[in-house]
Write a protein that binds this ligand. Structure first.
Ligand code: BGC
Length: 525
C-alpha cells in the first residue's frame, strides 16, 4: 500500500488521475477529493484497495478501529452533525485586510516594515486592532474607535458574534523603535493598557476576546532573524515568548478582575497547531500552552534551554496558571518528524535547533503527508490529524473549551480569470474534510464550540505571497475598486449552514490512538 497516507484523502482512481508522483503535486486543475457526486452530500468513503479478511490475514491477526476510522466513513457532513449552539464563521485580520498604514491614522506596525506599504482591502472584519500607533500605546485613535463601533454594531445587529483578536502580529513600530517591541519588558504593561482600553471601549459588544494570534509564528519567525536584524536566534525567541506570555496573562487578569463579571465574556489565545507523525503526542504550541495551563514552561523545554530560558516569578506563575477561558486552534497542515541526536554539550544555535527534531513532509517511502496545496508549497492538506490534535488537547489539558479560529485553503489566484478563481471546489472539499475531523473530535467528547474558516475574503498574504494567492470565501477585485465576488465556497458554506439542525449523532468509537498523559490542568470557566 504505497499510497497509504493518500488513501484517506483520495480514492485510488482520483489519486492516479490527479496526483503527479514526480512533482508530488496535484495535477493542474485537480481537486484533491474529486470523487464526490454532489456538493452537499459527501458519499465518498475513500476506499483503499480491496482486502479480504480470510485471504490476506492470519486468523490470529487482531483488528480494531481507531478514531480515524470515523473520519473514513462515508457519512456526509451536515450542519446537523454539530450542536445547535456551535458557532460557524470566517476569520480575517486587520493588517491583511484593512488599509494602508497611513490611512485612518492606523500607523505602522512591525509587519508593515517587513512588507512595505501595501494596499489592503477595506472590509468588514472579525479580528481587529484599535490604537493610534502613530502616537504610541496610550493614545486613542478616535477615527479607529468610531469605525470599530460601527462595525461591531453592524455585526451584532446582523446576528454575527464578533470574536476579536487584540494582536495579530501587528505590534506598533513605535514600540519596536522605543524598546525593541516585544523584546522589551515594558511591552507587558503597554499591551495590558491597550487591552484594558479595548475592554473598556468595546466590552459591551464583544463577548470573545483573543489576546494574541499564533505567538509561535510571531516570536519564532519574527525574532529568530527577521525583526531585529541581530543574530541571537537562540535567545530572542525565548525572550519574546516570555514577554508575550506575561502580556497575555496580565491582560487576562485585567479582564477577569475588572470586566468579565459585568460584561459576561470570555478570553483566550489562538495557537497554531500541527500534528506530528509518528513520534506525535504533542501540539506545536506547547511552549505557549503549557505555561498558561500550568503556570510554567514544560520540563523538556527547561531541561534543553536551561539558563537561556527566562524564569517566571512565583507571582507570575500564579497569574499565568489557568489564564484562558478557551483555546483558539489554528490548523492548516501537519508533518512527519524525526528525532535529531541530542547531547547536553551541544552549543546552542537557535530556537529551531533546540527542538532536536526534523520536520518532514514525506514518510520514509516518499509519500507526502497529504496532497500539496496549489498556492503554498509547504502546505500539505491533512485534515484527519486535526481530530488528533483536538483529542490530545482534551486529554492532556482537561478538556478546554476550543474554537477553531483559523483553517483554510491557499488557492493560486495570480493570472487566473474571475471564473477560475470563483470555481473553488477544492476549498469546499477542504472545509468539508476538516469539518469531518471536527465531528470526529466532538464524538470523542472534545469541547469544541466553533469553526472559523480562514478567510472571509482574499487579502494580503504574509510570507511574501502578497496578492498571488487567496484564502477567501470571496474574491476581491482590487484593480476594479475592490469589488467583491462570492466564490462557490461561499455559496456552499451558506447552504451548509442553512441545513436542518438535529441532535448530534452518537457513534461508537472502539479504540483511540495513544495519547499523552494528562498534565495537571486547572479547570477554568
Ligand atoms: C496567519 C494568517 C495567515 C494564514 C495563512 C496564519 O498562520 O494567522 O495571518 O494569513 O496563516 O498563511
Amino acid at each position: 500500500m504505497a499510497e497509504s497516507s493518500f488513501t484517506s484523502a483520495l480514492s485510488p482512481a482520483a489519486s492516479q488521475a490527479n496526483y503527479d508522483p514526480l512533482t508530488k503535486k496535484l495535477r493542474a486543475g485537480a481537486s484533491y477529493a474529486t470523487t464526490r457526486p454532489s456538493e452537499d452530500v459527501d458519499t465518498s468513503d475513500r476506499p483503499s484497495e480491496d482486502v479480504d479478511r480470510s485471504d490476506d490475514f492470519p486468523t490470529s491477526f487482531k483488528f480494531g478501529a481507531s478514531i480515524f476510522d470515523a473520519w473514513r466513513r462515508p457519512e456526509p457532513v451536515a450542519r446537523s452533525d454539530f450542536p445547535p449552539s456551535f458557532k460557524f464563521g470566517a476569520s480575517s485580520s486587520a493588517l491583511q485586510t484593512e488599509s494602508y498604514a497611513t490611512e485612518g491614522r492606523r500607523g505602522h506596525c512591525t509587519w508593515d516594515e517587513m512588507l512595505g506599504d501595501l494596499p489592503a482591502v477595506h472590509s468588514l472584519i472579525l479580528h481587529f486592532l484599535v490604537q493610534d500607533t502613530t502616537k504610541g500605546p496610550h493614545s486613542i485613535n478616535k477615527q479607529g474607535v468610531d469605525f470599530y463601533n460601527r462595525l461591531l454594531d453592524e455585526l451584532n445587529h446582523n446576528g454575527i458574534m464578533p470574536m476579536v483578536t487584540l494582536c495579530h502580529f501587528d505590534v506598533p513600530s513605535a514600540l519596536q523603535k522605543k524598546y525593541n517591541g516585544i523584546l522589551g519588558r515594558q511591552f507587558v504593561n503597554d499591551f495590558n493598557d491597550y487591552a484594558n482600553l479595548c475592554f473598556q471601549l468595546f466590552g459591551d459588544k464583544v463577548k470573545h476576546w483573543i489576546t494574541f494570534n499564533e505567538p509561535s509564528v510571531y516570536c519564532e519567525s519574527g525574532y529568530q532573524y527577521e525583526m531585529t536584524g541581530k543574530d541571537e536566534p537562540a535567545i530572542y525567541p525565548y525572550l519574546a515568548a516570555h514577554h508575550l506570555l506575561l502580556a497575555h496573562a496580565t491582560s487576562v487578569k485585567t479582564y477577569r478582575d475588572c470586566y468579565q463579571k459585568q460584561q459576561n465574556g470570555k478570553i483566550g489565545i489562538s495557537l497554531v497547531t500541527a500534528w506530528f507523525l509518528p513520534y506525535s503526542g504533542s501540539c506545536h504550541d506547547i511552549v505557549y500552552l503549557d505555561p498558561i495551563v500550568t503556570g510554567d514552561y514544560p520540563f523538556s523545554m527547561k531541561s534543553i534551554v536551561r539558563d537561556r530560558l527566562p524564569q517566571f516569578s512565583s507571582e507570575e506563575k500564579k497569574m499565568l496558571e489557568g489564564s484562558y477561558d478557551f483555546i483558539g486552534v489554528n490548523y492548516y497542515t501537519s508533518r512527519y518528524t524525526r528525532a535529531l541526536p541530542f547531547s547536553p554539550n551541544d552549543i546552542p544555535v537557535s530556537y529551531a535547533k533546540d527542538q532536536y527534531v526534523e520536520m518532514l513532509t514525506e514518510d520514509k517511502d516518499g509519500v507526502p503527508i497529504g496532497p500539496q496545496s496549489e498556492g503554498m508549497e509547504f502546505m500539505y492538506i491533512a485534515p484527519k490529524w486535526l481530530a488528533s490534535i483536538l483529542v490530545n488537547l482534551k486529554t492532556k489539558y482537561n478538556n478546554p473549551l476550543i474554537y477553531i479560529t483559523e483553517n483554510g485553503y491557499p488557492q493560486l489566484i495570480q493570472d487566473k480569470t474571475m471564473e477560475e478563481i470563483c470555481d473553488d471546489q477544492v476549498r469546499i472539499d477542504y472545509i468539508k474534510d476538516h469539518l469531518v475531523s471536527i465531528r470526529t473530535a466532538l464524538r470523542e467528547g472534545v469541547n469544541v464550540d466553533g469553526y472559523f474558516s480562514w478567510t472571509l475574503m482574499d487579502n494580503m498574504e504574509v510570507k511574501g505571497y502578497y496578492y498571488t494567492i487567496g484564502f477567501g470565501l470571496h474574491h476581491v477585485d482590487i484593480p476594479n475598486d475592490f469589488e467583491r465576488f462570492p466564490k462557490k465556497s461561499a455559496f456552499w458554506y451558506r447552504k451548509f449552514l442553512s441545513g436542518k439542525r438535529a441532535p448530534l449523532l452518537s457513534e461508537p468509537i472502539i479504540a483511540k490512538e495513544p495519547i499523552m498523559e494528562p498534565i495537571n490542568a486547572k479547570a477554568t470557566v
